[in-house]
Design a protein around this ligand. Structure first.
Ligand code: GLU
Length: 330
């Protein structure tokens, strides 16, 4: 009997806060290629709930850029902002269980009390000592205009990652009681992602490893909401600039739109991304489908990939030589 359709699904989940650059492109390409090689359904989800940071037109531009690169999907785009009711329902369930509570304390209040921002993430730990006395009491989710926090249990969470291996995180120490509903009257990222991954049938989450600690928070939400199955995570190292910081504008203009406008063949971009995945001996122009056929998680460097101006020059010079070789810094 031929095998039935795979029960697995993944998602491409761009945040329309800016243009896609080479770093995002590498993660999306690997995510897409794993899905297509393994028969997972692909959902395109636009994560447009980050109010003030959302840029008009960025979602459409991201969709365009993904298609230009040669990626496709089976479902979507689904815009998170289109319907907030699934997130409200999840909040109602969490509130009834006593897992969330409203707290008007601002980041500045928490900082003023001596909780320093976490290195790198810029997040401030919200310690248990800041909980109101009635935190943990079952209640109704009746106040949509105040931020709500999750009552983070003081426990270690194991993230069994298909690329990064077994990681242990402790959300209570890393972040404490994190926000699940924002003062803009919207679900926060952690809640939105869990609700959507569950209702969209996502079983495979592939993304940058800056989100490993978020995976711990997300697993706690799965458990508080009694959602199964929990997804399998594949967190990939980020692309960084020569200064070791994650790829951003300061490292030059690496937006896909810019390369496209300069007339660069997307298959040349895919070849560079393939090089960053440890694939060698690839043809000068490599389609996304050819990348899919060659991708092997085992060849992806475990340390961050480093982008340098020579990579940018290589993309533009159109020569047949292989992309410049880079030793990434850990
Ligand atoms: N929308 C997020 C981003 O663009 C990805 C979130 C996720 O994969 O969970 O960084």
């Amino acid at each position: 009997m031929p095998p039935g359709p795979s029960p697995h699904a993944t998602r491409l989940a761009p945040s329309p806060t800016g243009a896609l650059h080479l770093g995002n492109a590498r993660t999306f390409l690997v995510n897409w290629a794993l899905a297509r090689a393994r028969g997972w359904r692909i959902v395109l989800r636009i994560e447009d709930l980050d109010g003030p940071r959302i840029r008009p037109g960025a979602a459409e531009a991201a969709i365009d850029a993904l298609q230009w690169l040669g990626l496709d999907w089976d479902e979507g785009p689904h815009y998170q902002s289109a319907d907030l009711s699934p997130y409200r329902e999840a909040m109602e369930r969490l509130a009834r269980r006593g897992s969330v509570y409203p707290s008007a304390l601002s980041r500045a209040d928490v900082e003023a009390a001596g909780s320093a921002p976490q290195e790198g993430s810029g997040e401030v730990v919200f310690p248990a000592s800041f909980r109101p006395p009635d935190a943990g009491t079952p209640r109704s989710f009746d106040d949509h205009a105040t931020p709500w926090r999750f009552l983070t249990p003081d426990a270690e969470v194991i993230v069994d990652d298909a690329f990064a291996g077994e990681r242990r995180v402790r959300p209570a120490g890393d972040i404490g009681d994190f926000i699940v509903w924002t003062r803009h009257g919207q679900p926060a990222y952690q809640l939105a992602v869990v609700v959507d991954d569950h209702r969209q049938g996502v079983t495979q989450v592939v993304r940058g490893d800056d989100l490993i600690s978020s995976a711990g928070r997300q697993l706690l939400l799965y458990r508080a909401l009694s959602l199964v199955p929990e997804p399998t995570y594949t967190h990939l190292p980020l692309v960084r600039g020569a200064d070791g910081r994650r790829l951003a504008k300061r490292h030059g203009d690496t937006r896909l739109d810019t390369y496209r406008a300069a007339g660069i063949d997307p298959r040349r971009v895919v070849r560079l991304l393939a090089h960053w995945c440890g694939l060698t001996g690839t043809p000068p122009l490599l389609s996304a489908a050819e990348f899919r056929d060659r991708l092997d998680l085992r060849t992806i460097p475990r340390e961050p990939v480093m982008f340098t101006p020579e990579d940018d020059a290589w993309l533009k010079d159109r020569s047949d030589r292989p992309p410049p070789s880079r030793r990434a810094r850990g």
